[in-house]
Design a protein around this ligand. Structure first.
Ligand code: TYD
Ligand code: MG
Length: 394
């Protein structure tokens, strides 16, 4: 039975559950998807693997505008891709790409990358705003006419979102970004825009010797498992997914005229605000100390729900005491030191319970009891929360 306004959209799989999740459940036929990311992060690898998997069920054309077909084939061998009927075209000329699309009429076409395509009718160089816009528009017209699902790969430049994604955002149905720390092996695929699904969905992969592998239990990636002073654990929400994530703080005497504050994976202004609340309401002399904060695994934690965890990590480092193991912190911090409730609380608690956590410190008024073996400790303000967590007077 279907009710008004609840039209189910037909979709097909990208071949990866994590990719499908970020798309909102798979590709919508005939849609236009942009995948952006830093050079070298793994976009070509992801799309070549996905194309290979999809090609077992449907006609897929992979247009490589950056690498020769020899290079793509070498990569393919390295990926030990299954036998697949994927069609490969190494071409930079837009007209020739369109011609090939016309001949093959694939169900899915991947253009890697949109910046490397060249429309000979324009005088500007490939990768310029005019070229990117014109090439994408021509491909889009064609894809709509023949009902082709089109995936455009775009590089991000140092200036931020490249010439590509910025000018293309309004043209495409979905914008995904592929990110990660060059020095770590995991990669995060995120939804920035999606006409057919939720934004801020997160898919997690790991780059291995034979290509990308899905990470089905990503919390494990973001938990250091370390028990040391300065480490506190939070439960972050990314779209419909909850992740248990370790934060690490280091508070130390400064040797600078004005103390250092650095945050990796968290906005510096949030860190400043939390430090100010700690200074004011717990009388900690933090303005005379350096403070460094890092989120494990290169995750970016934007939500205020992690405030309490940040504060706990800072206090733990400042006092040089270890937070009892298997404790998670959830709560937004008001400027007056009060704790504010956060969204998706029971979902967060369930993830912590699933991973074997024993204690959760959270704002008052959750209306929840114990969840499995997870005991809930409610606090109305920061001091109360820290006294409960550390079992020491603050
Ligand atoms: P690539 O997909 O070429 O990145 P992009 O298209 O975003 O520029 O990824 C290149 C990096 O991935 C390169 O540094 C090598 C690494 N890699 C692996 O570690 N394992 C693999 O199986 C493959 C194919 C690449
Ligand atoms: Mg590439």
């Amino acid at each position: 039975m279907s009710s008004l306004g609840e039209k189910t959209i037909e979709r097909f799989s990208s071949g990866f559950g994590e990719f499908d999740r970020v798309l909102g459940g798979g590709f919508v036929p005939g849609s236009l998807v942009l995948v952006g990311g830093d050079p070298g992060i793994g976009k070509s690898t992801l799309l070549l693997q996905s194309a290979t998997l999809m090609a077992t069920e449907r006609q897929v054309l992979y247009v490589s505008a950056e690498e020769s077909s020899q290079q793509v084939k070498l990569r393919w061998q390295r990926l030990q891709g299954a036998q697949s009927d994927m069609k490969l075209l190494a071409e930079t000329d837009l007209d020739l790409v369109l011609k090939e699309l016309e001949i093959i009429r694939p169900e899915v076409a991947i253009i890697d990358s949109i910046q490397a395509l060249n429309d000979g009718a324009l005088s500007s160089t490939p990768g310029s705003v005019a070229q990117v816009r014109e090439c994408a528009a021509a491909l889009q017209r064609f894809a709509k006419e023949y009902d082709i699902t089109l995936v455009l790969v775009g590089h991000v430049t140092k200036e931020g979102m490249l010439a590509g994604p910025k000018v293309l955002e309004h043209l495409v149905d979905a914008v995904l970004t592929f990110e990660g720390d060059r020095f770590a092996s995991h990669r995060l695929l995120r939804t920035m825009k999606n006409r057919f699904g939720a934004t801020y969905e997160l898919g997690v992969f790991e780059m291995q010797g034979k290509g990308l592998v899905e990470v089905l239990n990503p919390s494990e990636l973001f938990m250091s498992g370390e028990s040391a002073s300065g480490v506190a654990t939070i439960v972050a929400c990314e779209g419909t997914r909850s992740l248990v994530v370790d934060l690490q703080a280091l508070v130390a005497a400064t040797s600078y005229p004005s103390p250092r504050r650095t945050a990796t994976g968290l906005g510096t202004s949030r860190l400043h605000q939390i430090l100010a609340v700690l200074e004011k309401h717990l009388s900690l002399p933090l303005s005379r100390l350096d403070c460094y904060l890092a989120v494990a695994g290169g995750l970016q934690v934007e939500e205020p729900a992690s405030d309490l965890g940040v504060a706990a990590a800072v206090v733990s480092s400042y006092r040089d005491i270890t937070i009892p193991p298997r404790t998670v912190f959830i709560g937004e911090l008001g400027l007056g030191g009060q704790l504010r409730p956060v969204g998706q609380l029971s979902q967060r608690l369930q993830e912590a319970a699933r991973l074997g956590f024993a204690r959760a410190v959270l704002p008052k008024g959750s209306g929840l009891d114990q969840i499995d073996n997870l005991e809930l400790f409610e606090a109305s303000n920061l001091r109360e929360a820290l006294v409960i967590a550390l079992d020491e007077d603050i």
